[in-house]
Design a protein. Sequence first.
Length: 90
Amino acid sequence: MLGRLRHWIDYRRALRARWQYDAKRLLAAEQTNAYYEAQRRATRARVRREKSEIYHWAKVAAEVARLSPQVEMNITVLTHIVDDEERRNR
């Protein structure tokens, strides 16, 4: 039982490390638009029905917001981004 718990904890740590790595990478590349880029990638994954990638990029977006108070997070802009991505991928 302890082996399973340890495995699960290691798995969750690896996931979190991946979210943090991608969030930092997006912040370095996109700066104030990093949140929008993470949401754009989550939308692309949703259109392709890639459940684990949707979750990953949504968590990356949350991590970007947590790491940097300078990122833009306007719901109107986000709505337009989602609409554009859905239209592009259909």
